[in-house]
Ligand binder design. Structure first.
Ligand code: HEC
Length: 144
C-alpha cells in the first residue's frame, strides 16, 4: 500500500507480466516438449550415459559372462574351474572403481587383462555395469 491509499502498482505490473507471459506460452508449449524429446533421444542414443548403461551390459555379455556368468556369480563351468571372483560379493563390490578398472585392464590371477581388447571407455562402462550386481547374490549382503 502506498501512503495515498491507492493500491500499489505492483498488481498492475503483475497482470501486465502475466499477459505477456501468456502470450509467450504457446511458444513455450511447443518448445518444452520438443526439448524434452531431444534430451530423451540423445540420452538413449549415447551409450555410456544414463542408468541403462547398455554399452556396459553388452561388453559384459560378450567378454565377461563366459567366466563370470550372466548374474556375476561365477557359477559357470569355466568360472568354477578358474575360481573366478563372485562379482556380487562384498569382497569385490567394496573395491573402488579404480581398483576394479585396474584388475580388468591389467588382469588378475586367472583373469586376462582386457587392455587393447576393449577400449578404456568400455572398461569403464563394464565396471559401472558390474555395480548392478551388488547385493544380488546369497553371499553379497554380508555385514561389514
Ligand atoms: C577367462 C575368464 C575370465 C574372463 C573372460 C573375465 N574374468 Fe574377471 N575374473 C576372472 C578370475 C579367475 C578372477 C579372480 C582373479 C583373482 O582374484 O585371482 C576374476 C576377477 C574379476 C574381478 C575382481 C577383481 C578384483 O580386483 O578383485 C572383476 C571386477 C572382474 N573379474 C571383472 C571382469 C570383467 C568386467 C570382465 C569382462 C571385461 C571379466 N572379468 C572377464 C576370470 C575372468
Amino acid at each position: 500500500m502506498r501512503p495515498d491509499g491507492r493500491k500499489s502498482d505492483w498488481l498492475i505490473d503483475f497482470w501486465g507480466t502475466m499477459k505477456l507471459s501468456n502470450r509467450k506460452l504457446p511458444l513455450l508449449d511447443t518448445l518444452v516438449p520438443v526439448a524434452t524429446l531431444v534430451i530423451a533421444i540423445t540420452t538413449a542414443a549415447s551409450p555410456a550415459a544414463g542408468q541403462g548403461n547398455a554399452a556396459g551390459a553388452d561388453v559384459y555379455k560378450a567378454k565377461c559372462a563366459t567366466c563370470h556368468g550372466q548374474d556375476g556369480s561365477g557359477n559357470t563351468p569355466v568360472g568354477k574351474s578358474l575360481q573366478v571372483a563372485d562379482l556380487r560379493s562384498a569382497a569385490v563390490q567394496s573395491k573402488s572403481d579404480a581398483e576394479l578398472i585396474q584388475s580388468v585392464t591389467e588382469g588378475k590371477g586367472n583373469m586376462p587383462g582386457f587392455k587393447g581388447n576393449i577400449t578404456d571407455d568400455e572398461i569403464h562402462a563394464v565396471v559401472t555395469f558390474i555395480r548392478t550386481f551388488a547385493g544380488k547374490g546369497d553371499s553379497a549382503p554380508k555385514k561389514k
